[in-house]
Design a protein around this ligand. Structure first.
Ligand SMILES: Nc1nc2c(c(=O)[nH]1)N[C@H]1C(S)=C(S)[C@@H](COP(=O)(O)O)O[C@H]1N2
Ligand SMILES: [Mo]
Length: 313
């Protein structure tokens, strides 16, 4: 592995959120600052969806924060890089190739994906770095897509791949690149089929901003955020556990499963608590308790019965 590897940073080092927010305040109002940072969302279009299951009675993270405080290393490693650097990214036209151990391999055009049963899904999002948001996604169950390609009996896992476009993604070119590309992720097939797992095509009533993974990204709310891979071009059904970018980068710190678990600390920081972005005002450093499976234990814990969650984090 290349020598340069900016790791996820410790929660204690993220505090810049307060500073970050206040810096934006200096531009004018916080909202004006966020608007300036939102260049990557220039192509967002209104998107209607029917109400979905999993109602969440928690305050939404402001759209300005959801679209300007991002991790998307293809556009740079700072939280503000994706919204500042994704303006040249072209999310259309787009296709997603679905292949591997399936009876009916298929390339889906974006128009076809937008006709899937899309619905509102408001989920918690917990980054492994120790911050969280509540995001009103629009998307459809990943299972609906998998059904169309008819997974074979031998398929045990699903792998995902992000687009590689150095010309449009500044983090993919130049001397220092933080990760090997393409960014890849994976789920066990039963995890992928769980109704909570969605492919998101929008948020806050619009198509996905580039910085949030346009035009289509995975959202797996009971796992740390890095599992929710953005700007997907390929999905493959496999027999063996797929390669995943952060595990390849540092297996000791980022496991394949990476279910949110307050009882298993990251080797460099505690996972017991998290900072809800936007909560308690811009300068707040208040932390809330992190919930097992990010609060989705009732729905997903049974997927892991008999598994040692400490060993397989
Ligand atoms: N392709 C790709 N997908 C990615 C990432 C990335 O760097 N590249 N970052 C991950 C991480 S660490 C998090 S926390 C979430 C952040 O999603 P958001 O910016 O939409 O909140 O995206 C995930 N998906
Ligand atoms: Mo993350």
């Amino acid at each position: 592995m290349a020598a340069y590897r900016p790791p996820h940073i410790a929660a204690s080092e993220i505090t810049p959120r307060g500073i970050y927010m206040s810096r934006r305040n200096f531009i004018g109002t916080a909202a004006a600052g966020f608007a300036l940072a939102g260049a990557g969302s220039a192509f967002a279009a209104p998107l209607q969806a029917k109400p979905g299951p999993y109602k969440l009675d928690e305050k939404l993270t402001p759209k300005e924060a959801v679209t300007s405080y991002n991790n998307f290393y293809e556009f740079g490693t700072d939280k503000s890089d994706p919204s500042n650097n994704a303006g040249d990214f072209k999310p259309t036209p787009w296709t997603v190739k679905v292949d591997g151990l399936v009876g009916n391999p298929k390339e889906f055009g974006l128009e076809e994906l937008m006709k899937m049963p899309i619905e509102d899904r408001t989920y918690r999002m917990r980054c492994v770095e120790g911050w969280s948001m509540v995001i009103p996604w629009i998307g459809f169950p990943l299972a609906a897509l998998l059904d169309q390609v008819e997974p074979q009996g031998s398929a045990k896992y699903v792998s995902f791949e992000t687009v590689v476009r150095p010309e449009e993604m500044p983090g993919q070119k130049g001397l220092f690149q933080p990760l090997p590309w393409p960014y890849v992720e994976g789920l066990r097939l039963d995890e992928a089929r769980h109704p909570l797992a969605i492919l998101a095509v929008g948020l806050y009533g619009e198509t996905l901003p580039n910085q949030n993974g346009a035009p289509i990204r995975l959202v797996v709310p009971w796992k740390y955020g890095f599992k929710s891979i953005k700007s997907i071009v390929r999905i493959s059904l496999t027999e063996k556990q797929p390669e995943t970018t952060w595990k390849n980068s540092n297996a000791r710190e980022y496991g394949f499963y990476s279910n949110v678990n307050p009882a298993v600390d990251h080797p460099r920081w505690s996972q017991a608590t998290e900072q809800r972005i936007g909560e308690g005002g811009f300068f707040s450093t208040a932390r809330r308790k992190t919930l097992p499976f990010n609060g989705y234990g009732d729905e997903v814990a049974s997927l892991y019965s008999g598994m040692d969650l400490k060993a397989n984090y």
